[in-house]
Write a protein that binds this ligand. Structure first.
Ligand code: IPE
Ligand code: IPE
Ligand code: MG
Length: 241
């Protein structure tokens, strides 16, 4: 373990898995006197750029927080507008993502989502399942506590069925929506808020955090490169010395 920690010191290896809390769309629009949905549309444009740039910077896993289990509290107009943006993103990006070697997946509870959106989600997951250049995971109707609660239910069922006897951390992780995904190395939150808002609490136990003051619609590939550079300077000890 000590050897592993030592070899990581001062390393400039890019993080394998970057997770982003894309925050600040509403403020970006409000500052300009525009409806919040304009900010969300700009935010979706940013996602496209970051998805293109991330693998060029050596990132192999990218997870983005698009809609939380708490975001249903917003106005019907905003919620429906966001759902429309998600549908359009999948419809319009499907060809490009496939061509760029992106494997797209979703985490979060699906039952509450519109059947049309759900069908698009399942469709693109199947269509891109063979891609390996970038693993893109979009969190929609995602909440860490909700995910943990659902995982506990799944694990209980496995125990009851005799498939698992003395559950380990790995058995639990296998019941999360992110089963099979590596843990995030770096979690970025934009817009200056310094909280995690129910994003990947189990998976990010040892992640590094970066809080950027930039609002998401302004967060460019250059901003990402800057954050990744700083990540390379960090000394991750994982409890060692
Ligand atoms: C993030 O931007 C996108 C979602 C939560 C869907 P916000 O909509 O939270 O933007 P602010 O925080 O109000 O500026
Ligand atoms: C977190 O942002 C959720 C997403 C980015 C999708 P919020 O804007 O919903 O979080 P709070 O309300 O500021 O904690
Ligand atoms: Mg916000």
């Amino acid at each position: 373990m000590a050897l592993k920690a030592a070899s990581q010191q001062g390393s400039s290896t890019p993080p394998r898995h970057v997770a982003i809390i894309m925050d600040g769309n509403g403020r970006w629009a409000t500052e300009r006197g525009w409806p919040r949905l304009v900010g969300h549309r700009r935010g979706a444009e940013r996602v496209k750029q970051i998805v293109k740039a991330a693998p060029e910077m050596g990132v192999n896993w990218l997870t983005v927080y698009a809609f939380s289990t708490e975001n249903w509290k917003r106005s019907t107009e905003e919620v429906l507008g966001l759902m429309k943006i998600f549908r359009r993103y999948i419809e319009r990006e499907a060809d490009g993502l496939s061509a760029e070697g992106v494997r797209m997946r979703f985490i979060g509870g699906r039952e509450q989502l519109d059947p049309k959106l759900r069908a698009l989600m399942t469709g693109i997951e199947a269509r891109t399942a063979g891609n390996t250049r970038l693993n893109l995971t979009v969190a929609i109707n995602y909440g860490g506590r909700d995910e943990i609660t659902r995982a506990a239910t799944r694990l209980a069922a496995k125990i009851a069925a005799g498939q698992v006897e003395n559950p380990t951390e790995a058995d639990f992780a296998d019941c999360l929506d992110t089963a099979g995904h590596p843990d995030p190395d770096l979690v970025i939150r934009t817009s200056g808020e310094t909280r995690t808002s129910n994003f990947l609490p189990f998976q990010s136990a040892y992640a590094e955090y970066e809080f950027s003051p930039t609002l998401w619609p302004d967060f460019s590939p250059d901003h990402l490169a800057e954050v990744l550079d700083r990540f390379g300077m960090r000394d991750r000890r994982f409890g060692g010395v």
